[in-house]
Design a binder for this molecule. Sequence first.
Ligand SMILES: [Ca+2]
Ligand SMILES: [Ca+2]
Length: 239
Amino acid sequence: MISAIASASVAVWLMGAGELAQQPARADRHPIISEVLFNVPSDPRDPLVGDANLDGNRDAIGDEFVELFNPHDVPIQLAGYTIVDGHPPERNRWRFTFPPFELAPGDVVVVFNGLQQSWRVPPGDERRGPRGRDDRLDTWVFTTRNTNRAVGLANAGDWVLLSAPNGAMLECVVWGEPGAPTPTGVASLFEVPSPRGGSVQRTPDLSTFEVHPTVDEPPRGQGRASARGVPYSPGRHPG
Ligand SMILES: [Ca+2]
Ligand SMILES: [Ca+2]
């Protein structure tokens, strides 16, 4: 990804400013995976720890999510990008293909598993984008509309693969001992730590992933501060 940005900068440098204004969005400017919550945390003293989408229902499958970030200075059209996981068997794989949706520079989208989750602002799915920004998370939210408890990211080991609309495998995040072979031919492969509960997120320099630190959860109601510390941050990019 860093090299993609560098080469894009060189291209900009080689072109005159007038030419730059005529350039369409470049095909090599892809979103990046900025966070994966595969191990939804729990706390016997606080049933809302792990309720990543803030709907009041902590679900070990439904609250799982993959967050994407646009680190470039131009919008990215997400139509046709796919996210899949590697947890066998094939029929139980996590699969999501984006519908038409433009991701602004510096913005993020979050794709939740969605099992038994509820929303106030209708989220996007594979057919259409979200009706608006999610009011609880202040971000763009999609759901896979999963209804099968067997479809989830395996805590003990799995991977998440982001592919471009043309099928090019862009990024793969791998943890633990996956039950399926890790894909070969991926442009960027990251072997990440396996927190006991909580997500992994991109480091601020975007070069690799780290265990998500504990951060303040967004307030759950207007005017109510949240004192809850949580190890995930759907909708907030690193750095
Ligand atoms: Ca939830
Ligand atoms: Ca985040």
